[in-house]
Design a protein around this ligand. Structure first.
Ligand SMILES: Nc1ncnc2c1ncn2[C@@H]1O[C@H](COP(=O)(O)OP(=O)(O)OP(=O)(O)O)[C@@H](O)[C@H]1O
Ligand SMILES: [Mg+2]
Length: 443
């Protein structure tokens, strides 16, 4: 079994006194002392675990071979580039840095860019762009987003445990995976909080393929190395989706999942909720020990069902077990009726009476939209405006409690690019088509 590479995550520095906090290595490239001041001040005042190990007093557009050499020696996790004087040339420098430091997160600072400029910046490898005039708040937010996206914990973050949300369908094909994936993405989009999707369908989990991500490691790898797990090692088992949501994949070979016990699941979920604000679990259809342990640990259990008789029969048969795992607290169960058809033989009232649970949400039947999203790996809450997508967003908003704003994500590079692209394409037929943006965002 291979050991995950650690170079994408913050590591301890040789010679650092024991107990001192591990820091991300950052490189700052700017000829502007004022910007330098703002960056240092932000890191200090926000208590970010970032050390500026390399401070190059030059503009990003005029990087000399000597600067590239110093970058190579530093191996930074984060590079902050001042692109003010000549953004076009600086974007080329960013491309060169990204090529030689593929794991480093690049943050640009410079004048307001139009949509095609932002797109070029993103293509060159920038993950954030802070337009001038630069203020500490904007730098703080950009660095915070980078740290969350990269799975680097922020200093001074909350130590309280995250919410554990389990999604369970007693009958296959009810839509559980589509729901959990979209809700997870929307929760992250609404709150900007660290969100993890855990694929506990250990035999045939599909979250990774639904999102178009190619995991290097999976849940069982994490179990095997759990004895030496810490935040850094955890980061190397997790894949990051373009939305910022993290994914812990199901095993690649179905038979591996059989080795997992309920006790292992309980311990791992306890660990994961210490590191994430939201942990969403796609449980399998079975009530085998791993799924039971997840349901037991969950703060809320979303029962995803269709309205046909076999689905209801299965759900009813599971109710005594669900009662047991919720220890008589039925408030933890939330009934979500997927593929809802108001004309179906079984009505919502029949359903509620049969199960003794109120319907929490209905999601419309829209096969075309859902299958298209599944086949293309494009989550509906990001790419669709269907009723189904809207209902999933409402479901996520319910979970947040209606209080979340989209503030944290609003000014991300991706967010600004999307909003500009939208306003541009609304205004006129622009030369910028959807294709390159999509290609980039899946790149
Ligand atoms: N709201 C919906 N309207 C129409 N079809 C849907 C809807 N939700 C899901 N489906 C269809 O149901 C199928 C199964 O979806 P999904 O994989 O999300 O369900 P699942 O419960 O996770 O299934 P599995 O048992 O395979 O894990 C998909 O082919 C999808 O097209
Ligand atoms: Mg599934």
């Amino acid at each position: 079994m291979s050991t995950p590479a650690m170079d994408g995550a913050p590591q301890g520095e040789g010679g650092r006194p024991a107990g001192e906090q591990r820091k991300l290595r950052a490189a700052l490239i700017s000829a502007d002392d004022q910007l330098r001041g703002v960056v240092f001040e932000t890191i200090r005042d926000a208590g970010l675990p970032i050390g500026v190990d390399l401070d190059i007093a030059a503009s990003a557009e005029f990087l000399a071979p000597e600067h590239m050499e110093r970058l190579r020696a530093t191996e930074p996790h984060l590079v902050i580039l001042d692109m003010t004087d000549d953004p076009e040339r600086a974007i080329r420098s960013a491309g060169a840095i990204a090529a030689s430091h593929p794991r480093a997160a690049l943050v640009g600072v410079g004048p307001e860019l139009d949509a095609s400029g932002l797109l070029d910046a993103m293509r060159a490898g920038l993950v954030e762009y802070v337009p001038r005039p630069v203020e500490t708040t904007a730098v703080r937010e950009a660095l915070g987003r980078v740290m969350r996206k990269q799975g680097w914990a922020e200093a001074g973050g909350s130590t309280s445990k995250g919410q554990l949300l389990a999604f369970f369908s007693p009958k296959g094909g009810s839509g559980s995976t589509s729901v959990v994936t979209n809700v997870g993405i929307e929760l992250h989009r609404l709150t900007g909080r660290k969100t993890l999707l855990v694929d506990l369908d250990l035999e045939l989990g599909e979250i990774a393929s639904l999102l178009g991500v190619r995991p290097r490691f999976h849940f069982v790898d994490l179990i095997r190395n759990f004895h030496r797990m810490d935040a850094d090692l955890l980061a190397s088992y997790i894949e990051s989706h373009e939305s910022g949501v993290h994914v812990l994949s199901a095993p690649f070979e179905p038979e591996i999942g059989e080795q997992v016990s309920g006790e292992q699941i309980s311990r791992i979920l306890g660990f994961l909720r210490d590191h994430y604000d939201y942990v969403l679990i796609d449980t399998s259809k079975s009530l085998a020990p791993p799924a039971l342990a997840a349901l037991q640990a969950a703060d809320s259990i979303f029962l995803v069902t269709n309205m046909d008789v076999p689905s209801l029969r299965n759900l009813k048969r599971c109710l005594p077990t669900l009662d047991r795992v919720t220890a008589g607290d039925p408030g933890r169960l939330r009934l979500v009726v997927n593929r809802f058809n108001p004309k179906s033989l079984v009505g919502l009232q029949d359903l509620e009476e049969t199960l003794g649970i109120e319907v929490y949400r209905t999601l419309t039947n829209d096969y075309e939209t859902v299958i298209q999203s599944i086949s293309t790996g494009r989550p509906l809450v990001l790419h669709g405006s269907s009723d189904y997508a809207r209902q999933l967003k409402d479901l996520a908003r319910d979970i947040v409690g209606g209080s979340a704003g989209a503030k944290a994500q609003k000014s991300s590079l991706m967010g600004r690019l999307r909003s500009r692209f939208r306003s541009k394409s609304n205004r006129s037929r622009s030369t910028l088509t959807a294709a390159p943006l999509e290609a980039t965002s899946h790149g």
